[in-house]
Structure formats: structure tokens, C-alpha cells
Design a protein around this ligand. Structure first.
Ligand SMILES: Nc1ncnc2c1ncn2[C@@H]1O[C@H](COP(=O)(O)OP(=O)(O)OP(=O)(O)O)[C@@H](O)[C@H]1O
Length: 531
């Protein structure tokens, strides 16, 4: 066999041997023994960068030494931290006085037969991600003759390729296990029921839809999957996100909220990723980003639909690896957070318009949760009103006792475009106007008259909800004409008194009523001068 043929044969043999290995430990064993044999090196080690990115670990060293063979990447008393930081190979020799005081490094030298010369070679995946370090030890410095050989470069490339593929396989297995664990947890229905009851004290509502949503929140909280909450503004998405955190096994960890719409695009990246000291002019201190702050807890990205495209791709990468690099940093950091995102925007439409990444949507939407608008769950109105009245009483020390059925009817006729937030404001304003111990009455309900007719429905040909005055149930919902007429009268009188600044004489005249009749009606409907 000629020399070239021999080399080719060796290369192929080597490649086949590396490809055959079915897991990382055997791949490392095969690669290090091949390097020792092919390049006549005394000893070769592989140090693996842990998933967290915080430490390098050498299993082969741990097996032959009593020492914990882990090297902290931030500890610069061993040379591996420098290699990781610079991303370049490094040569060391005993003469050049390499540091001997790190116990793990000492153990490695000891186990290498007190080598005089070392070559530290970072091993990187195709993506540039550092996987670990190949360490070659020898009596003398023979490195230029080795590392310049195409065969050495070939071994490195193949090793990195197999290594990265194995990590990816492990990640997929891990994801499948995670999914299975999450699904197993779904089955403990009793636990779900009692937790749902607890959640009902904050996520209030008596409708079937709300009970169903609470159960979904509890189930989702038991998994590590990403959750996307969709729903109109003010309908309770924030409360759902808090529930997901509170009932998860991360409840003791941080709950970090980022409102993507409230932070200018130019600052959002810095807020999320943080920066090192001196990363840009004016960065006189390092700043920890919100991704890092969420480590061990939940990251809630509110209004995710407003995130700029450039940041969406960076976020996608973080979600895939849980690794990120603060601005100006040499090394990636790891953060173990659970992601919850929310939006009031129809993301599917944003994807069609090119404003939102489809791949990110699928990453976020592992568990989709939808909060329906308040107008579609009228059974929630009464419990919500009583909840807000209770909150008012607790805060102010006094307040109304409850809410009359007439007032509830009035509320049922309002479409609440601002959803529960609008209802809370209406009830709180009514509390202020109602004497302590009384029930809230219709005339204290300050509803937005612009929202009275439901234009969307009207345009869609479903105009069954005609509301004749603020505070009066829509015609569709009237089942007691006398009560509806009284509510109408009360609404007209309230409005007219407001118009004449509480002057009953003028109001009565404008309505063609004797003053005494108006006074009587005001008393009957509990309408005050203030209107
Ligand atoms: N089911 C509910 N029970 C009790 N309070 C609720 C409920 N839903 C909403 N609220 C209250 O209504 C207000 C608005 O809710 P929240 O902030 O969760 O809505 P949102 O959907 O996140 O709004 P936005 O889209 O504006 O971010 C808050 O005061 C919240 O406490």
C-alpha cells in the first residue's frame, strides 16, 4: 500500500470507529485513545462543558482520581477557563510555569504521568458553540507537528460533529420525557380540583368557561411547557400568568414580568439580556438581564406580539438552548426559566402579515390558553362584582353590602369592551357613591355610553343586542318589561339631573313632569341630585 492509501485507510477506519459509538462516554473513550495512538501522545483527556454552561467535567479523570473532576468556568486558577474565554487553543509547559495550585488541574497532571507539555484545544460545533476541551499531554512539546496535520483536523471535526449530534439526540429524549412527565401529572384530577378551588379566590368567576380555564391553568402549571395566553385586553391574562407561576413547582422562584409593549424596542434587548461593564459607552456597571433574573422561576413576556422581529429570532435561540450572551460578554450564560407569554393581538394574523415569526409562535404555543371576553361569560358578572366590592371594603374599611339584582341586570346589558378591568372600575366607582351597608343600585353605575351599542355585532348582522339607554338591559335580554321600563326611567332622570347639575326644577320641566313627581321618582329609584 502506498503512503497516501495508508493514510486514507487510517482516516476511514478512524471515522468508522467514531461514528459507531452510541453515547457520549464511549465516543470520548474512542476519540481520546485514537488521538493517543495516532499521534503518539502520552495522554489525552476530554472535558465536557455542562448543560448549564457553568462548568467543565472530565468523567475519565473522575474515574481514576479521588477528586471531583469539575472545573468551574469562572475560576481562572485553572487554564481551561482562559481557553473557554478566548475560544483559542493554548500551549502550556512546565518551564513556562503553569499554575499548579488548582486541585483538579493537579490531579489531571498527576494522572497524565507528570507531563511537561500540554495542548488545550477547544472543540466547537458547526454553529460555533463550544462543546468542551481536548487536552493532550506529553513529555515534550510536540504540538506543531501534530496540530498542523490534516488527520488531526479531521479527527477534531468528526469528534465535534458526533458530539453535537449526540447532544441533540439527548435533548430530544429529554424533551420527550418532559412531555410524558407533564402528561402523567395531568391525571391527578383530585389535586386539580382542590387547586382550582384555591385559584378561584384570585381568578374569580362562576361560568363554566372560567372553571375550565382554571383547570387548564392548574394542569399547565404542573408542566415545564411554554404557555401562550391569548385574549382581549383587560380580560385577566395577567392573573392567569400569575396562577401558572403560583401553582408550579417554581412558585418559590422569581416571577419576572416583561411588558414588551411598554419598553422601547432599543432598550428591550438590553433589559432581557443584560450587559457587562464597559459593553458600550455609558455602561459603567454590569447589568443583569431579566433572562438571568428569571433563573429558577417563571419569565412572563406580556404583549409578546409587540416584540421586534430582530429580537424574536434571538429569543427563539434562547428558548431552544436556555443559553444567552449578555452584551459584551465572552461567554454564554444559562438560565433555567419557564416561559409564559401573553398577547391581545391575533398572532396567527401577525404571522401572515410578516410581523411575527412562525417558528417562535410554535415554541411559545406548547400550551395554548384563551381567556374569553367578559361579554361571553355573563355568569361571571355577579361573583366578580362581589369580589371587587369585598376588595373595596377591605381597602377602605367600609363600603356597600352587595349589589342589587337591578344593577346586575344593567351590567348584563353592557358589552364591556374593556372587559374585567372596565367592570372593576365601574364597580369601584359605584362603591364610592353607595352609602356603607347599602346595595349598589343601577344609577350609580357609570357605564361608557359609547359602548352601549355593539357595533361589531350590528355590522355582522347579529344586531340582537339593542341597548336603549346606559344602564338598561339590551332589548334581547328583557324578560320583565316593568323593571326594564323603571331602569329606563332611572337612566333618563339620572342623565337629565347630571345635565342640569342636579337642579330638579329644570330637570322636571325638561321632562314635562311636575317637580313633585320627579322627586318621588328620584326617591323610588334612589337617584341623587348629583346624577
Ligand atoms: N377572573 C378575574 N378575577 C378577578 N379579577 C380579575 C379577573 N380577570 C381580570 N381581573 C382584574 O381585572 C384587571 C385586568 O386584568 P389583567 O391585567 O389580568 O388583564 P390582561 O388581560 O392582562 O390585560 P392587558 O391585556 O391590558 O394586559 C385586573 O385588576 C385584574 O385583577
Amino acid at each position: 500500500m502506498g503512503q497516501m492509501q495508508k493514510e486514507l485507510h487510517t482516516g476511514i477506519e478512524l471515522a468508522v470507529a467514531l461514528i459507531r459509538q452510541g453515547d457520549l462516554p464511549s465516543l470520548f473513550r474512542e476519540a481520546t485513545s485514537q488521538v493517543e495512538r495516532l499521534f503518539a501522545v502520552d495522554h489525552c483527556w476530554l472535558l465536557e462543558l455542562e448543560h448549564s454552561g457553568r462548568a467543565l467535567r472530565c468523567e475519565a479523570l473522575a474515574a481514576v482520581s479521588s477528586i471531583e473532576a469539575t472545573f468551574d468556568c469562572r475560576d481562572f486558577s485553572h487554564p481551561f477557563a482562559h481557553v473557554l474565554q478566548q475560544g483559542q487553543p493554548r500551549e502550556l509547559s512546565r518551564d513556562a510555569g503553569y499554575r499548579l495550585d488548582h486541585p483538579g488541574f493537579q490531579a489531571l497532571l498527576e494522572a497524565s504521568g507528570k507531563a511537561d507539555a500540554l495542548w488545550l484545544q477547544p472543540v466547537c460545533a458547526e454553529s460555533g458553540k463550544v462543546l468542551g476541551i481536548l487536552v493532550m499531554c506529553h513529555r515534550t512539546a510536540v504540538w506543531p507537528g501534530i496540530v498542523s496535520q490534516p488527520l488531526f483536523q479531521g479527527v477534531l471535526t468528526l469528534l465535534a460533529f458526533q458530539w453535537a449530534a449526540e447532544l441533540q439526540r439527548n435533548d430530544q429524549v429529554w424533551q420527550r420525557r418532559l412531555l410524558k412527565r407533564s402528561l402523567d401529572q395531568l391525571h391527578s384530577s383530585e389535586a386539580i380540583r382542590s387547586r382550582s378551588e384555591q385559584l378561584a379566590t384570585t381568578l374569580v368567576g362562576g361560568s363554566v368557561g372560567m372553571a375550565d380555564l382554571r383547570a387548564q391553568v392548574i394542569r399547565a402549571a404542573g408542566s415545564q411547557l411554554s404557555v401562550l395566553i391569548q385574549g382581549e385586553t383587560g380580560c385577566g391574562k395577567d392573573l392567569v400568568a400569575k396562577g401558572l407561576h403560583q401553582f408550579s413547582n417554581r412558585a418559590d422562584g422569581p416571577f419576572v414580568v416583561v411588558n414588551c409593549a411598554a419598553i422601547p424596542d432599543s432598550l428591550l434587548e438590553n433589559e432581557l439580556f443584560g450587559h457587562t461593564k464597559g459593553a458600550f459607552s455609558g455602561a459603567d456597571r454590569a447589568k443583569q438581564g431579566l433572562l438571568a433574573q428569571a433563573d429558577g422561576g417563571t419569565l412572563f413576556l406580556d404583549e409578546i406580539g409587540d416584540m421586534p422581529m430582530s429580537l424574536q429570532s434571538k429569543l427563539l435561540r434562547v428558548l431552544e438552548t436556555r443559553q444567552f450572551r449578555p452584551l459584551g460578554a465572552q461567554q454564554e450564560q444559562h438560565s433555567d426559566f419557564r416561559l409564559v407569554a401573553a398577547t391581545h393581538q391575533p398572532l396567527q394574523a401577525c404571522i401572515r402579515d410578516g410581523g411575527f415569526r412562525r417558528d417562535l409562535f410554535y415554541r411559545l404555543n406548547q400550551v395554548p390558553l384563551t381567556v374569553t371576553p367578559l361579554r361571553e361569560r355573563s355568569d361571571d358578572l355577579e361573583p366578580l362584582c362581589r369580589h371587587f366590592i369585598r376588595q373595596y371594603q377591605q381597602r377602605e374599611g367600609q363600603g356597600p353590602m352587595g349589589i342589587s339584582s337591578q344593577a346586575l341586570r344593567v351590567l348584563a346589558g353592557h358589552p364591556f369592551p374593556g372587559n374585567v378591568r372596565e367592570l372593576r372600575n365601574v364597580v369601584e366607582f359605584a362603591c364610592l357613591q353607595t352609602p356603607a351597608g347599602d346595595d349598589i343600585q343601577p344609577e350609580t353605575l357609570w357605564l361608557d355610553p359609547l359602548a352601549v351599542v355593539e357595533p361589531d355585532r350590528a355590522e355582522a348582522g347579529q344586531a340582537t343586542a339593542v341597548v336603549v339607554a346606559p344602564g338598561v338591559p339590551p332589548t334581547r335580554d328583557i324578560d320583565n318589561l316593568r323593571e326594564a321600563s323603571q331602569a329606563f326611567e332611572a337612566a333618563v332622570i339620572t342623565e337629565r339631573l347630571r345635565h342640569y347639575n342636579g337642579n330638579r326644577a329644570q330637570a322636571a320641566e325638561s321632562l314635562g313632569l311636575p317637580k313633585r313627581t320627579l322627586a318621588h321618582k328620584c326617591q323610588k329609584y334612589n337617584v341623587s341630585e348629583a346624577g
